[in-house]
Design a binder for this molecule. Sequence first.
Ligand SMILES: Cc1ncc(COP(=O)(O)O)c(C=O)c1O
Length: 376
Amino acid sequence: MTAETDRGAADRPQPKPGIDEIVAYVPGRSSVEGVEHPVKLSSNENILGSGPAAREAFLEAAQSLNLYPDSRTMALRAAVAARYRLEPERLVFGCGTDEILGRLVPQVYLEPGDNIVQGEYGFNAYGIGARACQAEVRFAPEPNLRLDVDEMLNCVDERTRLVYVTQPSNPAGTWITADEMARLQAGLPPAVMLVIDAAYAEFCTDPRFTDGLDLARSVSNVIVTHTFSKLHGLAALRIGWGYVPIEAAEAMERIRLPFNTSIAGQAAAIAALDDTAFQAESLALVERWRPWLTQQIGGLGLEVAPSGANFILVRFPTGAGRTAPEAYDFLAERGYIVRAVANYGLPDCLRITIGLEAHNRAVIDLLAEFLERSPR
Ligand SMILES: Cc1ncc(COP(=O)(O)O)c(C=O)c1O
């Protein structure tokens, strides 16, 4: 026994209270034993890869591996501000939007005993960040897997500092209208920040949809985040941005790591913003196959939540004898990795990223085989 292990636990430095109760984020699986090249439909990545301009910019960045990146992200800042008509000084860049949503926002706003409110099935990075600040996480019921403004407002009390909306949601893909978003913001006390995570917003073209930027431009308690990981296909480079009130931008600037985005990430993101052809191709793929998958899966007797994202959530009705975990294994063994979402409180559901035509057709054929019936 070493001197180290000899000591009683009480003598050692202990993580602060609450840390050991946090359930770590579970990333989508990317391999299956015995399957050489599985198709990964578990992390809502861009199935087309990334655009040629972004790849070229990434390769060019290899010339600068010895250099620190621009800490203020000035060139990308200007590009995002111009594209979205935003005030550049209110933009914050992060190591993915994960860093903004799960670290910077909670660290700036949460004290022990405060609380955050999010949807019942909301993305779990928010709760991890809040709990690390010893704040409480409140879950508002989501009837029909869709955020309910009144349920959200009912959860707000005098210790609420942040209200998170995933727009469209993950894992359900559902979304609320611009009118509902405005009603939620109007119903919050002015000191409560509405944080709108628009990671999948580019995949929803319904005119009633909003990514929240209109609100963020006009009121001082709204934050909106956008990522380069999904539509732009740059998940590996870990880069995203938030549009935040000016005081929040100044606070985040003080506490963020000075080099939280890379030269390659910044350069590829600038190129990706301009690559409207790749963006259009990525969106067209989702818009082509999302309704088809929804209809085919419905035809198999399974339920699909109406999705505005690049994935769908499939529910296996209880009592049907064929469960979501069994379907997950069946698909994985045949080379298709989807996402089990029991950790979101949805043990009877699977989340499936929309793939290429061949992937989508294979998933339907396999689900039909699994259910022992043919697609209609
Ligand atoms: C809803 C939602 N928000 C945020 C993120 C984080 O994205 P990133 O950190 O890659 O920007 C994800 C990633 O899957 C997500 O699903």
